[in-house]
Design a protein around this ligand. Structure first.
Ligand code: IMP
Ligand code: MG
Length: 174
């Protein structure tokens, strides 16, 4: 079996989400933020973040899978569940759990930009900058930058497990 070693505590995550929520509230003043959750990992983060944004907010959900083997995504994104609402004219904020190579979000922003939103920004709970292979991906809101470790919790899974942990941890195999 394996065990999970604490990396970022629930208190630190909640504090950081409140900060990002405040920043988004300032940045989008007078607008409606259309938050798009990338399922499944982005769900716990988006739920907490949406509660910290003191503006008009609408929510939508999308599920994508990237073709590729093992832990390396190919960047060819297949839409498994598409959005319910059109994006035209909306101020869209994509909410992700983690950016690794950046391939998924890079391809996804291309697809969503083609739907002509008024604006499109990216928000991720975690970022592993050392793993980036895509150039020029601009991430507007980052919760925490973390080292190149495989993490779980707060939406992130290992084999579909651990998404429910209220903290971020590293999987250790004993
Ligand atoms: P990429 O940025 O296209 O390489 O892929 C990002 C996706 O890979 C994320 O949305 C996660 O689903 C998955 N992923 C990357 N790193 C981790 C990790 O440390 N733990 C769990 N899932 C991860
Ligand atoms: Mg994901």
């Amino acid at each position: 079996m394996e065990h999970v070693e604490l990396m970022i505590s629930e208190e630190d995550i909640n504090r950081r989400i409140a900060e990002i929520g405040k920043q988004i509230t300032e940045d989008y003043k007078g607008k409606t933020v259309h938050m798009i959750c990338i399922l499944k990992g982005g769900a716990p983060f988006m739920c907490e973040l949406a509660k910290r944004v003191d503006l008009s907010v609408s929510l939508d959900f999308m599920s994508v899978s990237s073709y590729g083997s093992g832990t390396d995504s190919s960047g060819i994104v297949k839409i498994v569940k598409d959005l319910d609402e059109p994006l035209i004219g909306k101020d869209v904020l994509i909410v992700e759990d983690i950016i690794d190579s950046g391939r998924t979000l890079s391809h996804l922003t291309e697809i969503l930009n083609a739907r002509k939103p008024a604006s499109l920004r990216l928000c991720t709970l975690l970022d592993k900058p050392d793993r980036r292979v895509v150039e020029g991906l601009k991430v507007d809101y980052v919760g925490f930058q973390i080292p190149d470790e495989f993490v779980v919790g707060y939406g992130l899974d290992y084999d579909q497990r651990y998404r429910n942990l209220p903290y971020i941890g590293v999987v250790r195999f004993d």
